[in-house]
Ligand binder design. Structure first.
Ligand code: SF4
Ligand code: SF4
Length: 89
């Protein structure tokens, strides 16, 4: 399995920070997919929606792609969940 390194002392794979897309709200505009440069999303041509294929490539604390979405279809956890994962600061 690809290693995603550590985030403040915690293996990235243990931190549940990544976008969740509500496909029912998605209008298929592709903005999120085209915006993120980290390879988190792939495009599902059949469903005409983004697919989160690499959740642990998402930058912890980033939620920029959700601001691109005019449909409110992209959600993230609250930033407050990150506190418990800070081990070495
Ligand atoms: S939050 Fe940032 S890093 Fe994560 S998928 Fe969106 S744009 Fe990419
Ligand atoms: S930005 Fe929103 S509406 Fe556009 S493809 Fe992404 S999830 Fe769908």
């Amino acid at each position: 399995m690809e290693s995603h390194g550590m985030w403040k002392g915690t293996p990235r794979e243990q931190i549940p920070w990544h976008p969740t897309v509500d496909n029912a709200k998605c209008a298929g505009c592709r903005k999120c997919y085209e915006f993120c440069s980290h390879g988190v999303y792939a495009w599902d041509d059949d469903a005409n929606t983004p697919e989160v294929i690499e959740p642990f490539r998402c930058v912890v604390g980033c939620s920029s792609c959700s601001h691109e979405c005019e449909e409110g279809a992209i959600a993230f956890p609250p930033l407050s969940i990150l506190k418990e994962f800070v081990r070495n600061t």
